[in-house]
Ligand binder design. Structure first.
Ligand code: SF4
Ligand code: SF4
Length: 228
């Protein structure tokens, strides 16, 4: 999921300065889980903006499970609000940057041929796993997963230096030398490999990590899903 927090209201109001008619769009995916763009947050933002003198033409909160970053869902949901979207002075997105840019490119530009100001209402914090309350960053989407040789613990993400070929040697009592509050990822990897009886994996020569897969922007093509 994309961890995220709401932007300060002052920043949002700064974006919306001089814009009267606003459409708010939330997200039924990560933004609902992180309480930045689910139904309660969309309603609350609509009330706040109304108090600030804005005219909220539509406050759109997709149901839980409906990701705004999936263009077919956004196209379908937003089609009911096309008039409001065309009439508004600005759109405020209570979603992550994926959601905002999906709506901008696939709905506004490609579907409606519309150039409209669209602003973020959240600060995305990266991919995180866990819940229901505590989430942790676990993966940087490097494009070539190493978890099969490191006991399911990502050294790129969990090691403060992102070391892929063993520890730096600075660990003290199992803690990281960069942040003594955190466990050394390589000690965790070693201990888990030991329990699994797979310590020999650390001795095997390996090809260098393929950093070319990190080159941005990345894109993928898949066959489309059937949606109702
Ligand atoms: S190695 Fe780490 S960053 Fe790369 S894909 Fe696997 S979990 Fe993600
Ligand atoms: S002490 Fe461990 S986690 Fe910290 S930087 Fe060194 S190898 Fe990485």
């Amino acid at each position: 999921m994309i961890g995220q927090v709401q932007k300060p209201l002052e920043e949002i109001l700064e974006y919306l300065e001089g814009k009267k008619k606003i459409v708010i769009i939330g997200c039924g995916g990560c933004a609902t889980v992180f309480h930045t763009g689910g139904e309660p947050e969309v309603k609350e933002m609509a009330n706040t903006l109304t108090r600030e003198g804005k005219e909220v033409l539509a406050a759109i909160a997709p149901p839980f499970g409906e990701f705004t970053c999936y263009a077919p869902w956004s196209k379908k949901r937003l089609s009911k609000y096309r008039k409001e979207i065309e009439e508004c002075d600005a759109i405020l997105m209570l979603s992550c940057g994926d959601g905002l840019q999906t709506v901008r490119e696939f709905v506004l530009e490609k579907e409606y041929n519309l150039t409209k100001p669209i602003y973020p209402g959240t600060n995305p914090m990266g991919h995180m796993g866990g819940g229901p309350t505590l989430f942790k960053e676990k993966c940087q989407q490097c494009g070539e997963c190493e978890l099969g040789r490191v006991a399911g613990i990502c050294p790129l993400t969990q090691c403060a230096k992102g070391l892929l070929n063993g520890p730096c040697g600075g660990s003290q009592n199992g803690k990281c030398e960069v942040d003594p509050e955190k466990d050394c990822a390589w000690i965790l990897i070693y201990e888990r490999l030991k329990k699994l009886g797979e310590l020999d994996k650390l001795r095997k020569p390996r090809d260098p990590h393929d950093w070319s897969k990190v080159k941005r922007p990345r894109q993928l093509e898949v066959s489309p899903l059937e949606i109702e």
